[in-house]
Design a binder for this molecule. Sequence first.
Ligand SMILES: [Zn+2]
Length: 325
Amino acid sequence: MPTLRVRLPFDGSPRLTQSFGARPEVYKQFGLVGHNGIDWGTKVGTPILAVADGKAVEIAFKDDAKGADANGFGNYVKLEHAWGQSLYAHLSKVDLKKDDTIKEGAQLGLSGNTGFSSGPHLHFGMRVSPYNTGDGWRGYTNPAWFLLGAGFNEAVDSAQLADLSRKLQTAQQSEATARQELATAQSGFDFQRQELTTQADLYRERVSDLLRRYAGQIPPSTDLLSSLEILVQKDAWNFERQELTAQANLWREKVTELLRRYMPGQLPANADPLATLDALMKQWSEELKQARSSQLAGLAASFAASLPPVEDTLSSRTRARSRSN
Ligand SMILES: [Zn+2]
């Protein structure tokens, strides 16, 4: 329990109307996790007292029904203490100026109904050092813990109850969330298990189908795993054959298209394109051979034509021999 003790900000015992942490749904609009102080139903004009020795660090006052902070604390006083700060809000009158010092139990103003308020009350807040203004409570902590003492226990008890019920609510929400997450995970697992079971069933079917198809191709004494291995190899070979067939078909189509494009009318409707191409190649090479031999014949003829007549050559030789004899 904290060792810091402060007095109540009034004399008498007004009713505690709202505990610290209450109505998170209302205080969300102020960027708060919940009510960040304690409210007491003080009548307008009730003297409000400093809970400890301190100094006024912030004064907000406007002589108006709604006060200085019309949508929030209305007219208020914030005191600085050795241990932190105290706040007194919704006041009708303020007796301090900024930087005034004040003694514990001295009057700092009168309670009222200014600002965000549905009836005359005092909102009392405490910041205890070290505090963090970004903690969702703007650094305020439950004052009930520091108000323990004669006449204050009732307030503390109800504040404690409110705290406990808030914690219980949070715990219940976490439990519900955890249960939901568990259910989601469970259904995710169920789905995966089903998927795997389906795959396993499919595989099992495929295997039994393969075994049925290739029955007789596997030696009778072969165990299941070896049988599967044999079948897998067969299957791979089938796959390869399929691939080759597909490629051959593509090639055949390509050749057909070429023949149609370059040999219009020469390819009978039902002709096997590869055989046709083969025949055409043979024909073309024959034609080429013939063309070459006729070219050779032509060359030989023109060469022969360039020689002197055969008769002349023979008679001149004869003549030369008879002269040497
Ligand atoms: Zn309040």
